[in-house]
Design a protein around this ligand. Sequence first.
Ligand SMILES: [Zn+2]
Length: 452
Amino acid sequence: MREMNWAALGKETAQLLSELIQIDTTNPPGNERGAIEYLQKKLAAEGIHSEIFAKDPKRPNLVARLRGKRPGKKLLLLSHVDVVPAPDPTRWKYPPFSGAIAEGYVWGRGALDMKGMTAIEYSVFVLFKRARLDFAGELIFVATADEEQGSTYGAAWLAQAHPDQLRADWCLTEGGGMPLQIRNKVFYTIESVEKGLWWVRVRVKGSSGHGSLPHPDNALAKAAYIIDQVAHYKFPKKIAPAVREFILRASDALGPEIKKFALTLVDESSEGELPSLPSDAPISTTLLNALVRTTISPTMIRAGIKENVIPDSCEFVLDCRLVPGYTQEKVRETILELADRYKNDIEIETIQSHEASESPIDDPFYKLIEQTVREELPGVETLPVMLTGATDSRFVRELGVRSYGFCPLSTKMSLADREKLIHNDNERIDLESLELGVRLLSTIAHRALEAK
Ligand SMILES: [Zn+2]
């Protein structure tokens, strides 16, 4: 691997990304077909056969496979080609679908989320074929539709209709690879766990009446009580192994005072308030809280028809995020308990939900990512992370694939930079990151597939 011309591959990846960005796959409505056919044509030019799987012909998914000389492990390179809308192109320095290569960046919607990684994974995949690399098992390239709107036409559908297309030992996809600077050390994140989601509509029943004659069965007042209870409730801590490791490793770099606090934080038997963190701590107290427990945020409310009519019903929405091992049933029980004397006056209806998903961090492939980072980027360490949101990893994890989010970005872009740009104006990726991504992911893929 060492003798590869990474600079040339990085440049080629930038060009491919630029062309991918120019194909508008804004979701909704998606229209991923242009991007999928573009990738299929490029693969064909390399002599690689690929297959299209589609629930809707306008929203296809692409699968290509390279088989090694010997039987062995299977590695899935997974990405999505749809992007979120760019509502105001005038706020962009370069138009969102220009794919401009300028000032050391490739600009455009999807550069970070996640056509950049599609381009990198494509380059890794094609490199295996072009360089006639010796490997065992199978390398699988999958580009999907519809991740930004729940994957109904993409990974969710593929996992259900064609699970064999996604089955592998391991998967590499989005969610990690951000450099975190903690004091004088740089850590790269590896995503191994995602929280579950449960959006519920709570209907509170009461009785109507004239606003001039207040009575206690006012649905709005009852809802206000329940919302207040729920918003201030603290679920017991439940700490995933990856979160424990994240907190302990990051606190090591922050010094003994923080380490002491971190040890209490990861102790499930001790509660205690979270202290304010130093300004150079990698995360906020708000995020720490969300990492160690299930949370509920009230997000919407609707009641009433007129200023002087007491409403007989009130509906509100709760956004519940569940740590692994915590069930919706348990959250429902908690909401009912918190509703207290009103518990018989409410109905809880699911709007949308998915389970938490997790891959182990004591896995050989995870260790291989860590080891490759250490060897290729001397002085740099890794940190496992849990996302409070979700990626397509959850669908492949359900099939038994151990999936990790890792696509390394150069230190030119900090985590804060990246977070500002994702789903925002002036989204862009620096050219160093593209080259670094191709180099590291090629090395990881080659080692994982028992390279000799
Ligand atoms: Zn994404």
